[in-house]
Design a protein around this ligand. Structure first.
Ligand code: HEM
Length: 288
């Protein structure tokens, strides 16, 4: 692999640049998540997720982001293995320097974050790309439109018997639908399983999106799940504190007169971001 042959400094710059990109993503993601805290039945969060899932610029950004996450992990693992191999004899006296202990924490917290990201992706991102089943949301307007089209065909005698039966079953299902499946503003059917999407919208209906609002709310009902997230946010805080300072150092920006300011910025960032993320599972769990 060519990457392995890159000079050590290039790899360090690579980790730094990818890390810096991820640092920009986190406040965006945190801000988005705050919409879950609004008592609006998920209206704002649904709109943000719809925008994120359909806007082409965001889609390009998402590919770059995922590539950065992956590269950041791969390059870091390569550098860690190389450093380990380059120092086969362990030091007799443990390294107590700030950088030494920082790197040690980076490896441990990075490992915890990797496990967290796998769980997080399986829960949310995999549902979006259809690898696991999640909960779904559909616009009532779209369902009505599809229903009207079929009803027209029925009037013109163009529907087969089985389609006619499906249309009648769909009508009955919508009439008897429980109220918790309808959004506050009545513009959406929410919290639907794939089976329910077919039941309420018809078998060929494809215009559904993941209902991240209800998926997140459901996940954060579980104390174990909240605990896993909170532990990950503690790891994130430690990882960010060292990571932010380290990025400045990698790019030679850690000039002596700014050391205090950089350390202060790293500390504030490493507290505010994980704390902001932690608010969502805590709030959902405590107000369930
Ligand atoms: C309360 C905490 C969090 C919640 C509720 C949450 C929720 C979500 C949801 C719903 C998605 C899918 C959005 C979409 O694809 O449109 C997502 C994607 C993602 N999350 Fe989180 N997240 C949380 C914390 C984090 C943290 C701490 C990290 C990073 C350390 C993270 C990294 C990502 C990444 C990389 C993606 C995929 C990129 C994307 O699709 O936008 N998330 N998250």
């Amino acid at each position: 692999m060519k990457l392995i042959k890159l000079a050590s400094i290039t790899k360090k710059l690579c980790i730094g640049a990818l890390g810096a990109f991820l640092l920009i993503f986190l406040p965006f993601h945190m801000g988005m998540n705050f919409c879950i805290l609004r008592d609006d039945g998920g209206e704002w969060y649904r709109n943000v997720c719809h925008f994120m899932g359909t806007n082409y610029i965001v889609k390009v950004f998402e590919v770059i982001l995922l590539a950065c996450v992956l590269l950041h992990i791969v390059v870091t693992i390569i550098v860690t293995i190389e450093n380990y191999k380059a120092r086969p004899v362990r030091y007799a006296v443990p390294n107590k320097s700030k950088t030494g202990s920082g790197s040690k924490y980076m490896a441990v917290t990075g490992g915890i974050l990797l496990v967290f990201l796998i769980i997080h992706f399986v829960d949310f991102y995999f549902a979006k790309v259809g690898l696991v089943e999640g909960k779904y949301v559909v616009k009532t307007e779209k369902v009505e439109q599809a229903f009207q089209e079929k009803a027209m065909k029925m009037q013109q005698g163009q529907l087969k018997d089985e389609d006619l039966q499906e249309l009648q079953a769909q009508y009955m299902a919508i009439q008897t639908m429980s109220q918790d499946k309808v959004s506050k503003d009545r513009k959406y059917f929410v919290n639907l399983s794939k089976e329910e999407v077919q039941k309420y919208c018809g078998k060929e209906f494809k215009e559904y999106e993941p209902d991240f609002y209800n998926m997140a709310k459901l996940k954060f009902q579980s104390p174990l799940y909240v605990l896993i997230y909170l532990l990950a946010f503690i790891a994130l805080a430690i990882h960010l504190y060292h990571g932010v300072a380290s990025i400045f150092q990698t790019f030679g920006l850690n000039v002596k007169k700014y050391t205090k300011a950089i350390d202060c910025f790293a500390l504030i960032y490493a507290i505010v971001i994980p704390l902001g993320f932690a608010l969502v599972p805590l709030f959902v769990f405590l107000t369930k």
